[in-house]
Design a protein around this ligand. Structure first.
Ligand SMILES: Cc1cc2nc3c(=O)[nH]c(=O)nc-3n(C[C@H](O)[C@H](O)[C@H](O)COP(=O)(O)OP(=O)(O)OC[C@H]3O[C@@H](n4cnc5c(N)ncnc54)[C@H](O)[C@@H]3O)c2cc1C
Length: 463
């Protein structure tokens, strides 16, 4: 991998400010690294250009009490074989998410300890009813090209919140679904299209799967951190990775595409852009992208989700029979998990925070808000922390937002079909473009493979 300065040195040594390769990949997240890996292994000269000063994109590392943690993507489901294959190729192992004991739920300031874990409250009748109706609607959605569903326009004309109202969802059900919406799209139920929610549930294998730890989307995590895995992946690539160089312009003229990123001008035969739809709009395309592609970039904004980590000498909640899973309608912390490295300590609670009640505050106030709510959820012992760190995705300086686009009503059916439709020599990847496990690391890898195959076929045909 080459930092911007090192790369400037190497281009100066070669006295060439313009280079020529087969493929430029924009973005060094899992989609971009995978696409580059495949193309380079097939013998194509490939360069990855990343705007951030690090690889990983929405996989980002952090450290608390000397323990590596993930400020971005964390969990891997049993069926996420693309991530699992990558991990075993690089010699990394997963560990089960701690999930023993009772959960805590706090709605309207009333705290109660659940007999089951907090993530299994669908014994509540109304929630079970709403989840059943939602899953039934999802079952009729085609896996690929969901916009061909006969009621696609109708389902995309209302927000998830409006749908919950139309089904007379009770207040606690609505609060639960709001938590579900915040953690998946970084936006409350009123800000996301019902169709977007349905498509996402479809691609991830069902709502129960999305909510489950054992056998579900939160089953495993990596003690060394996912970020460590992705950094290692970048180091092993045969393709060059340039970081700290935002791509500003992509110009197609005849059979060449020119990619301009600060000091770097790279000519290629094809380009794979892996930036999430909203960030594609930060690149000036010549000729300009067709209207539906620009509409996609304008309307598929990323949500805002933040994470805080609090360390303790030991995971004291385990001694009280608690799993560390809590769910809340608090305006700051809405979900917690135990991400301690082991039972002896340090104990680490990860708190998902709603960007609206978190991102605008300075670190002191953010910490105060998180700590206050952890004391509410876990009692006085939660006050005696040894370390704290947090990360707000909406405040990231480059490519802000996450985890996924909070697609508003009408934007899916208007623009969704253009997510991965190539424009001339420009191809698209990124987790949003995947049919299977879209919105996850697994989807990102699958999308990188798909885009690499598309481009390799064209390169082959050009010979
Ligand atoms: C808080 C959070 C929690 C998550 N939890 C999970 C989880 O538990 N499990 C899971 O599977 N997934 C999770 N995800 C989602 C997961 O992180 C993403 O689906 C996946 O990492 C996306 O990879 P990608 O390569 O498609 O996109 P990205 O990782 O976003 O990569 C795109 C890259 O393009 C770069 N870029 C953008 N514009 C330009 C430009 N103009 N020039 C150069 N580079 C550019 C960006 O900087 C970025 O590095 C989570 C995400 C977040 C934010």
């Amino acid at each position: 991998m080459t930092s911007q300065n090192e790369h400037e040195r190497s281009t100066t040594m070669n006295s060439a400010s313009t280079r020529s390769v087969d493929v430029v990949v924009v973005g060094a997240g899992l989609a971009g690294l995978t696409a580059a890996d495949h193309l380079a292994r097939e013998g194509y000269d490939t360069v990855v250009v990343e705007g951030r000063d690090r690889v990983g994109g929405r996989v980002r590392g952090a450290e608390i009490a000397g323990v590596p943690v993930d400020a971005g993507a964390t969990w891997v489901a049993p069926g996420h074989t693309a991530v699992r294959d990558l991990a075993s190729r690089l010699g990394y192992e997963f560990t089960p998410q701690f999930h023993q004991g009772k959960g805590v739920i706090s709605f309207g300031g009333r705290r109660r300890v659940e007999s089951l874990t907090a993530l299994a409250p669908w014994s509540m009748l109304d929630l079970a009813r709403i989840m059943g109706v939602l899953q039934k609607t999802v079952d009729g959605l085609p896996f690929s090209s969901p916009w061909v569903h006969p009621r696609a326009d109708q389902l995309d004309s209302m927000s998830f919140g409006e749908w919950l109202t139309s089904k007379h969802a009770l207040q606690d059900t609505r609060k639960f679904m709001n938590m579900f919406s915040l953690v998946h799209w970084g936006a409350p139920v009123d800000d996301v299209s019902l169709f977007n929610v349905m498509r996402y549930i479809k691609t991830l294998g069902g709502i129960e799967h999305m909510l489950s730890v054992e056998g579900g989307d939160q089953q495993d995590r990596m003690l060394a951190s996912m970020y460590s895995l992705v950094s290692r992946f970048a180091e092993t690539l045969e393709a060059e990775v340039i970081v700290g160089s935002p791509v500003e312009r992509i110009t197609t003229a005849g059979e060449r595409v020119t990619v301009e990123a600060g000091e770097h001008t790279i000519q290629a035969r094809y380009v794979v852009v892996t930036a999430s739809p909203v960030h594609r709009s930060t690149i000036e395309f010549t000729p300009a992208l067709p209207e539906p592609h620009s509409g996609l970039s304008r309307s598929w904004r990323l949500g805002s989700l933040s994470k805080a980590f609090v360390a303790y000498e030991r995971p004291f909640w385990r001694d009280r029979g608690l799993s560390g899973e809590a769910m809340s309608d608090d305006e700051t912390v809405f979900l917690t998990f135990d991400v301690s490295p082991n039972a002896d300590g340090p104990g680490i609670l990860m708190a998902f925070c709603d960007g609206r009640g978190f991102d605008a505050y300075d670190e002191g106030e953010r910490r105060r808000r998180v700590m206050e709510h952890l004391v509410h959820l876990y009692g006085e012992a939660a006050r005696y922390s040894t370390d704290y760190t947090d990360f707000s995705w909406a405040n990231d300086t480059f490519a802000p937002g996450g985890p996924n686009p909070a697609v508003a009503p009408k934007a899916w059916t208007s623009f969704g079909r253009y997510l991965r439709e190539p424009v001339g020599r420009v191809h698209w990847a990124g987790t949003e473009t995947a049919d299977e496990t879209s919105g996850t690391m697994n989807g990102a890898i699958l999308s990188g493979r798909r885009a690499a195959t598309e481009v390799a076929e064209r390169l082959h045909a050009d010979r």
